[in-house]
Design a protein around this ligand. Structure first.
Ligand code: NAD
Length: 486
């Protein structure tokens, strides 16, 4: 693991050039509260320059075949894989991830897999069957046939959240580039340094202007990308509140939008489910990355017959969720990203207590220097409580009892969110019956494991559109139908 040089100079990337900004802001390690670097403070003008550079690079990039573009993405994957082992310490310091998460998920796994997956060309056109067209004032009688093509959307602004910086960016730019778009990456302000490193590698592989990177602490940079006509599409992952602002601002220039937003995952347990398996599933995500994961099953909807045993079992497993220094191999729950986020989650927990929820475990601040929150379990919750309705994005799980499958579905769907939900039932048929009634973009049955190439995205306030797999390519494209007489 490489040492971090606090005084290292970091630049943004515009049109193939590294630009060193006049102003900087501090990046803080949430584990220690120490400053680990000074990130560049880009301005709205930089955002407009990056969008213009991406627009200029678009014509020649989209003129390549998908095979040619995918070959370059494959070379990028090779170069990233060679370099990124050295980024683990940096990513851990800026995100607060535990060693295991940093090594196996932040700087590996999906981060590399996305580039590999989209280095394989896909056939995107689809023939139209011939249809009879009667003679009219417009044209003589004929059979009309055609083809449906997928054209790139254009310049894509990729605006991402802080929780998995590299994975979030890779998941957007790999399909966008394969489809023939050029990109401007705007990572979250809290942990952008590894993205700058990624940009340096990509700049050596892609033609200038195809990949641009902007970093700054203020929302103005992202907002400028959303407003400018040079950007055709915004691919946003983040909170539903910011997503709504982007939709509103992007409407003026008719932006194409891919919105991957917040979640408040329901996990339904029937009376005949395997309680141990369900508790194991909840426990493995409860403190995972300190609860900063949009797909976590944080709303447990448990049949009254297994309600008490479930709470007792969750209490027992919580004792094994060691909170501590993210650099120690034994730590399972590290810090959350910032002091202000820690304060927000604490206020959230307090609101549940004020509303009458019972604290089964947690609820108190661990005595440590970093931004830590103890895994917290709130029972006796009711659907109207803020802690049940809103996303915590911290290690907080709420539990509610239900009286049968229909009641469970009603409680699960009583949410503004609909990203990822889970059903644990005595058999797959029953779990499937319940699962397909849930207003949720993704549902896992008797497991918390996602299908990595399933279309991913949300119902309701959890988003618009789907990414991953072939759906990822479609998301970054315009549909074009071409027809002719056969
Ligand atoms: P956030 O919404 O605060 O910020 C996300 C990004 O938007 C950042 O880069 C930020 O700088 C930028 N931004 C802020 N205001 C903007 C504006 N007016 N115009 C343009 N850009 C703007 O989110 P966060 O705190 O970084 O991440 C946590 C949220 O992300 C949670 O709600 C979580 O559920 C969600 N999330 C969703 C998914 C998913 O796939 N659905 C994945 C990860 C995280």
């Amino acid at each position: 693991m490489n040492e971090i040089d606090v005084e290292e100079e970091w630049g943004i990337l515009i049109g193939g050039e590294h630009v060193y900004t006049e102003n900087h802001y501090d990046i803080v390690d949430p584990n220690t509260t120490e400053v680990i670097g000074h990130a560049p403070e880009a301005t709205s003008d930089h955002a407009l320059q990056a969008a213009a550079a991406a627009k200029e690079a678009l014509t020649s990039w989209k003129a390549l075949t998908m095979e040619e573009r995918c070959e370059i993405i494959g070379r990028a994957a090779d170069a990233i894989e060679l370099a990124c082992g050295d980024w683990v310490g940096l990513v851990q310091a800026e995100t607060g991830a535990t060693i295991k998460i940093a090594r196996t998920m932040q700087v590996a796994g999906a981060f590399i897999d996305r580039f590999r997956y989209y280095s394989r060309p896909h056939e995107m056109s689809q023939p139209l069957p011939p249809v009879y067209s009667a003679a009219s004032a417009l044209a003589p009688e004929s059979l009309i046939t055609g083809n449906v093509l997928r054209q790139p959307a254009g310049v894509v602004a990729c605006i991402t959240p802080y929780n998995f910086p590299l994975v979030n960016v890779a998941g957007k730019i790999a399909p966008a580039l394969a489809m023939g778009n050029t990109v401007v990456i705007k990572p979250a302000p809290q942990d952008p340094l590894a993205i700058i490193k990624l940009g340096e590698i990509l700049n050596d592989v892609f033609p200038p202007g195809v990949v641009n990177v902007l970093v700054g602490s203020k929302p103005e940079i992202g907002a400028a990308l959303v407003e400018t006509k040079d950007v055709n599409m915004v691919s946003f992952t983040g909170s539903s509140g910011v997503g709504a602002k982007i939709m509103e601002a992007g409407g003026k220039t008719m932006k194409r939008l891919l919105m991957e937003l917040g979640g408040k995952g329901a996990l339904i347990m029937t009376e005949d489910c395997n309680v141990e398996a369900a508790v194991g599933g909840i426990a493995s995500v409860w403190g995972f990355h300190s609860g900063q994961i949009c797909t976590a099953p944080t709303r447990v909807i448990c049949h009254r017959d297994v309600y008490e045993p479930t709470i007792q079992a969750l209490k027992v497993v919580s004792e094994f969720m060691t909170v501590g220094d993210a650099r120690e191999e034994t730590t399972l729950v590290g810090p959350v990203i910032t002091e202000s986020h820690r304060d927000r989650v604490e206020t959230f927990i307090q609101s549940g207590i004020n509303d009458g929820a019972e604290v089964i475990v947690g609820g108190e601040r661990p005595e440590r220097d970093g931004f830590f929150i103890a895994p917290t379990l709130l029972a006796g919750c009711t659907p109207d409580m803020h802690v049940v309705k809103e996303e915590a994005f911290g290690p907080v799980v709420v539990v509610m009892p239900h009286d049968g499958d229909d009641h469970a579905v009603e409680l699960a769907n009583n949410s503004d969110y609909g990203l990822f939900s889970y059903v644990y039932a005595g058999n797959t048929t029953r779990a499937y019956e319940i699962g397909q009634k849930l207003e949720s973009g993704n549902v896992a049955l008797n497991s918390i494991a996602p299908h990595m190439y399933a279309p991913f995205g949300g119902f309701k306030m959890s988003g618009i559109g789907r990414d991953r797999g072939r759906w990822g390519l479609e998301a970054y494209s315009e549909i074009q139908a071409i027809n002719w007489p056969s």
